[in-house]
Write a protein that binds this ligand. Structure first.
Ligand SMILES: C[S@@+](CC[C@H](N)C(=O)[O-])C[C@H]1O[C@@H](n2cnc3c(N)ncnc32)[C@H](O)[C@@H]1O
Length: 405
């Protein structure tokens, strides 16, 4: 029995001796490093460093009309950015534009699609009005709120930019200076600039107009090379629909999310997930969060155990992954640190089973979703084109024949 199960050498059928194509495509393993992943460490100010107000990119007479950003950053960070070869890359904003900013009921202004937008499509590419390091040095281990710096940075802006800045919403009222209120309402966080591996924020003319939903249809991303902020679709958006980003952790329970949004942004979220009386959405998100954590820790172990165990059902892995996909679809929540964990499992399993059609189908979806998070297909397109050339192709049959993964 043992011999049968494990395919001992004597009972193994002979494999063909003709040279099999060597697998030359490695199936990507998620989650992928997203541009600007943050650390919680607050960097220490070097002895020769200083916090400065500056305008980036530096003025370039060959591109006199290029938008520029007021920055509150460290001198050392500025030096690193301006010495990057080829900096800045040109701004490649989508043409024609597929959105408008207009009033939306109960939420002030909002961003709306003027054409259908597919997953992975870039919607906005914008150089921010203002970039700040979220925490600014005010003495040893003491990081202060940059009220004065923000006022001066706004004063330094070109007149048109300053007008755009002051037209943005301020949900903080008179609790702090107006510039800080606008910044606190509209700043989108991103992780790190060269030499500063902690939170930075950007206030943008258009991107900051995107309202919040707990099932966002876009993700934002910072691109240092072009010094731009971008919005990309992570869910299909139909012409006329509102474009929503997310301001909060989407795997927190509804009550926590609502509390945070009210305290920080002064509104009560009424998205589908928040306004339902049923606990279903909370349970869905908790199950997905916990299962994703376990799957991430497990790596490929469960997959390999399944590949090597001929008595395990063929559909074991797929059947375990599909409920997670169903939750993502129900919650309209395809987050870049979650979906790749499940997609790579599904695709590896279909390849191991030599199911070309399904492997291709899922790899094509993964390629699209990857473009939302990082502007490239993360290697999924190659998998979609040739599942048979991947390192997981036919592994289950090979294991049955005595060649375990
Ligand atoms: C970054 S701004 C978004 C653009 C803003 N609506 C405007 O008029 O410029 C954030 C503010 O928009 C409003 N907001 C965003 N999402 C909302 C939502 N889902 N429901 C109600 N108000 C929302 C809140 O007033 C919040 O403080």
């Amino acid at each position: 029995m043992k011999g049968e199960l494990l395919g001992e050498a004597s009972s193994r059928p002979k494999l063909s001796t003709s040279p099999a194509p060597r697998p030359n495509i490695k199936i990507p393993s998620g989650p992928f490093k997203i541009n600007g992943t943050r650390t919680a460490v607050i960097p220490t100010l070097g002895p020769n460093d200083a916090l400065i107000m500056t305008t980036l990119p530096l003025y370039d007479e060959s591109r006199p009309n290029d938008p520029r950003t007021e920055c509150i950053i460290l001198q050392s960070v500025k030096d690193k950015i301006t010495s990057m070869p080829g900096f800045p890359e040109p701004i490649d904003a989508p043409n024609p534009k597929k959105y408008v900013i207009k009033p939306t009921k109960g939420k002030g202004m909002g961003m709306f699609a003027t054409a259908d937008i597919d997953v992975g499509e870039i919607i906005v590419v914008e150089r921010p009005l203002l970039i700040s390091m979220r925490r600014l040095y005010g003495g040893p281990n003491n990081w202060q709120h940059p009220y004065e710096f923000q006022r001066i940075a706004v004063e330094r802006m070109e007149e048109q930019d300053r007008e755009e800045f002051f037209a943005l919403h301020n949900c903080k009222g008179y609790t702090r200076p107006h510039e800080t209120g606008i910044s606190d309402t509209n700043a989108v966080a991103f992780g790190g600039l060269p030499g500063y591996d902690a939170d930075c924020t950007a206030v943008c003319k258009d991107i900051s107009r995107a309202n919040h939903s707990c099932s966002p249809n876009v993700d934002w991303d910072w691109r240092l090379e072009s010094f731009t902020f971008e919005l990309r679709a992570c869910w299909p958006i139909l012409k006329g629909e509102e474009i929503f980003g997310s301001y909060t952790g989407l795997f927190e329970p509804r009550i926590e999310r609502r509390k945070f949004l009210l305290e920080r942004y002064n509104f009560k979220c009424v998205c589908t997930s928040c306004s339902s009386e049923s606990p279903r959405s909370d349970v869905n998100r908790m199950v997905l969060k916990n299962a994703t954590k376990s799957a991430w820790c497990d790596g490929d172990k469960t997959l390999k155990d399944w590949v090597n165990n001929p008595s395990a059902p063929d559909d074991l892995i797929i059947a375990r992954c599909m409920p997670m996909i169903a939750i993502m679809l129900e919650e309209k929540l395809f987050r870049p640190h979650v979906w790749p964990i499940w997609f790579q499992r599904i695709i590896k399993a279909f390849c191991a089973l030599e199911d070309e059609e399904n492997a291709r189908f899922w790899a094509e979806k993964a390629a699209k979703l990857s473009r939302t998070a990082m502007r490239n297909d993360a290697g999924w397109e190659a998998v979609a084109k040739a599942p048979k050339n991947t390192d997981w192709w036919g592994l289950r049959a090979k294991a049955r024949n005595g060649y375990p993964a």
